[in-house]
Design a protein around this ligand. Structure first.
Ligand code: AP5
Length: 218
């Protein structure tokens, strides 16, 4: 099964992708995580990417698409992927369709997490991420058992650079500008399933599982 998770920053795409990969044998492909890994390498490309991300702007389609397609061609993507944060524009969606077609694959479902702006802002300002395994927490909604420490691997939690209020504002603006066309693209394809991103995480996961079951995808 190949699935896309679509929604604004803070909608809970990464959180649901985590639940889904734990429950099913699917590969989680997060373009945000992939780009953050490249930034860590401190190369020229990494520094350019960091500038875009820290301003809350989109990284060039060509860079992101190449990375996703390469990742999806590896053997561990064989059972299916959860695309989190990709595609983000209609151009990216068209590139993805072409690439899937060339490899004899297709998309099965696109979940659109419709989320209110104040909920997204509250979530991003309280998000903490494990620097080792990448697990997400929230200081109020989903706190770790021990303050500042990951429940899974015991490593330290940090706040993402682009979760600062000015950057969050721009990320939400950029999302609003680039996504409408993308949502229409998937609505027209018949693959779009809209869910309420404001719903508590565990409850939303149950809803997603029920939808997957109804469509015989699990
Ligand atoms: P990326 O890392 O993809 O960020 P994003 O899309 O802005 O999404 P987030 O990771 O902020 O939010 P999320 O929806 O995953 O929410 P999460 O589950 O973490 O992208 C970062 C940047 O990279 C972009 O700005 C851009 O520059 C670049 N980029 C990435 N992809 C690109 C592309 N395709 N093209 C070009 N550029 C690209 O949850 C947030 C918080 O809320 C957490 O604390 C969590 O614990 C909590 N929470 C989650 N769900 C719930 C819930 N249901 N109830 C209560 N709390 C919840």
């Amino acid at each position: 099964m190949n699935m896309v998770l679509l929604g604004p920053p803070g909608a809970g795409k990464g959180t649901q992708a985590g639940f889904l990969t734990t429950a099913y044998d699917l590969l989680h492909v997060s373009t945000g995580d992939m780009l953050r890994e490249t930034v860590k390498e401190d190369s020229k490309t990494g520094r350019e990417i960091a500038e875009y991300m820290n301003r809350g702007e989109l990284v060039a389609d060509s860079i992101v698409t190449r990375a996703v397609i390469e990742r999806m061609s590896r053997p561990d993507a064989g059972a299916g992927v959860i695309l989190d944060g990709y595609p983000r524009t209609r151009t990216q969606a068209e590139s993805l369709d072409r690439s899937l077609k060339e490899s004899g694959k297709s998309l099965d479902v696109v979940f659109y997490f419709k989320t209110s702006e104040d909920v997204a802002i509250r979530r991003l300002s309280g998000r903490r991420v494990c620097e080792n395994c990448g697990r997400n927490y929230h200081v109020v909604n989903m706190p770790p058992s021990k303050d500042g420490v990951c429940d899974i691997c015991g490593e330290k939690l940090f706040q993402r650079e682009d979760d600062r209020p000015e950057t969050v504002k721009n990320r939400l603006f950029v999302y609003g500008e680039s996504t409408e066309d993308l949502i229409e693209y998937y609505r027209a394809s018949g693959l779009l399933r809209e869910v309420n991103g404001d719903t508590p995480a565990e409850e939303l996961f149950e809803e997603i599982k029920a939808l997957l079951l109804k469509e015989s995808l699990i």
